[in-house]
Design a protein around this ligand. Structure first.
Ligand SMILES: [Zn+2]
Length: 269
């Protein structure tokens, strides 16, 4: 599947795909166990009123749109599911478009008014941006960069249970980038603040958009340098060095956290 991002389209077809949100839930068609994205013909049949419609681009030549509805509609074979729960259930490419769709809807919802003078914003016609007709401020979709890092010490990996996690699993460390920081500085600061140790040999690993609501996870690997584990109890409830054959429960596949842990397991094999 090939997705080509775009900002607008003149065409309209019954096969156009619609990524429709009601709060944090997205409309899907359930065909047996498979989840599909509704098309324009489905939306017309449901007779729902869409707002904040944005063109996203094309998937194998089919136009993709995002929009939202005030209320989840009831119809046979159609349900609204938490976007997060669709990770691993939807095809990878479709989930990635759904994440893009949600980030744009979230931005639409949170930037209806100018954050400098308070006037109602308007959509720019020539690019994906909002503009304030009063003071001229231009507001682009918001992205919050965060680092995520696998720290290794010989044949061990550092995994922690964060107080933000919804269930009892352990993962690699993550944290938001602060203004003025390089990504490497964020890696060092987060590890020092949360775990109390120093690291070296920080290397770029990869990245993943994380639309909950608007993060971009930038992943690194790093080696332990010095210090003893001393956790920041406000953020972390537990952190330990784990050997490959004694891992606790870890994040699901499809997340870059899991890719980092799988990288560690493979490099230790
Ligand atoms: Zn303004």
């Amino acid at each position: 599947m090939v997705f080509l991002p775009a900002f607008s389209s003149e065409e309209s077809a019954s096969t156009d795909l619609f990524f429709v949100f009601q709060n944090d839930k997205m409309m899907v068609k359930a065909i047996g166990r498979d989840k599909e994205i509704p098309c324009r013909a489905d939306i017309q049949q449901l007779q729902v009123t869409l707002k904040s419609i944005n063109h996203l681009g094309t998937l194998n030549g089919i136009c993709c749109y995002t929009a939202e509805v005030d209320q989840a509609c009831e119809a046979e074979g159609v349900s609204f599911l938490e976007l997060r729960s669709l990770l691993g259930q939807l095809d990878e490419e479709l989930f990635s478009i759904a994440g893009r769709a949600y980030q744009i809807i979230h931005w639409e919802r949170t930037h209806k008014f100018c954050c400098r003078c308070g006037n109602r914003t308007e959509s720019k016609t020539e690019e994906r941006a909002k503009v304030c007709p009063q003071c001229g401020l231009i507001i682009y979709p918001h992205i919050s960069p965060a680092i995520i890092v696998a720290v290794t010490r010989g044949r061990e990996i550092l995994l922690a249970h964060s107080r933000r996690f919804h269930s009892q699993f352990f993962s690699v460390l993550a944290g938001f980038v602060e203004p003025g920081e390089t990504l490497e500085a964020t890696v060092k600061r987060e590890i020092k603040e949360e775990i109390g140790i120093e690291v070296r040999n920080i290397k770029y690993f990869g990245s993943q958009p994380w639309p909950f609501p608007d993060s971009l996870m930038v992943a690194f690997t790093a080696e332990y340098a010095e210090g003893e584990i001393r956790i920041d109890e406000k953020e972390i409830s537990e952190a330990h060095w784990f050997k490959p054959d004694k891992l606790p429960s870890i994040p699901q596949t499809g997340t870059i956290a899991r890719e980092l842990i799988d990288w560690f397991l493979k490099s230790e094999a």
